[in-house]
Design a protein around this ligand. Structure first.
Ligand code: ZN
Length: 269
């Protein structure tokens, strides 16, 4: 456990995120069109990837919609370690077991819950939209990259986005995560997968201590105004479970971005 460390910081904003969530899922490949919310923009999705001519260093030039990927100054992911900031704002989970459904958007596998879930951050409510993974992790902890990272994407009524990131290390097989990892291969083949009952609270580590900072989507269009909450404690998944993730989407991780003077708040709770 650490005590809260204080550094100066800009506001832990949650920008007006209207449309951001749609953009998150706007890269869905046409074959997966039956899944998830429809993009609110009329722009056709632009191809992007994690290497080569459409890789992260080129995202900003691939489309006029992706400009933030190269010109943004509050991008994600970042390396976290030391903390700073104003008064830590506590995170509370409002999750329960729910039937889950999985789809693949061509870049990752997404899990949705069929009943309402969410979080509160300093009393503000955010509804859970979808969870997906990156392998290896996108955020690094004191320079250390983990085997995988899960992103629980939430949206408030005002459109603001809050993403809870959970790092994953190799360890014992994790039964709570099995409904997701078991469904990844079928989803990757283009099917909508019924994940059965997912014990959502059990997907989280015991401690909700986390790093909070203002960042962006880690995929095009890299929109900023995203409240990030990266949990300090990783979850453990079995080697086979992690291999399943990599088999579907290996290397779907954006490199760490410059902090550019942003503050990172350590929230111990
Ligand atoms: Zn993500």
């Amino acid at each position: 456990m650490r005590s809260a460390r204080i550094m100066t910081r800009k506001s832990l904003l949650v920008g007006s995120g209207l449309g951001l969530l749609a953009l998150i899922t706007g890269c869905s490949k046409p074959a997966a069109g039956a899944a998830g919310p429809s993009p609110s923009t009329s722009a056709a999705p632009h191809a992007w990837s994690y290497d080569g001519a459409e890789g992260p260093e080129h995202w900003g030039a691939l489309s006029s919609d992706f400009g933030s990927c190269s010109s943004g100054t509050a991008q994600s992911p970042i390396d976290v370690g030391g903390g700073s900031g104003l008064t830590p704002v506590p995170l509370a989970l409002a999750y329960a077991a729910s039937v889950g459904e999985m789809t693949d958007n061509g870049h990752t596998t997404e899990l949705r819950a069929l009943t309402a879930q969410g979080i509160t951050v300093g009393g503000k409510q955010y509804a859970f939209k979808q969870m997906h993974f990156h392998a290896p992790s996108e955020h690094t902890l004191d320079g250390v990259r983990f085997e995988a990272e899960f992103h629980f994407v939430h949206q408030a009524d005002d459109g603001g986005l809050a993403v809870v990131g959970i790092l994953a290390a190799v360890g014992a097989a994790n039964a709570a995560w099995a409904p997701f990892t078991d469904g990844v291969p079928a989803a990757a083949s283009g099917q909508k997968v019924a994940a059965g009952v997912v014990d959502f609270p059990a997907l989280f580590p015991a401690s909700l201590d986390h790093f909070a900072y203002d960042g962006s989507l880690t995929t095009p269009p890299c929109s900023e105004g995203v409240r990030w909450l990266l949990l300090e404690t990783p979850v453990e998944l079995g080697a086979g479970q992690l291999a399943t993730l990599r088999a579907a989407h290996a290397g779907n991780s954006r490199p760490v971005q410059l902090l550019n003077g942003r503050d990172v708040v350590v929230v111990d709770q």
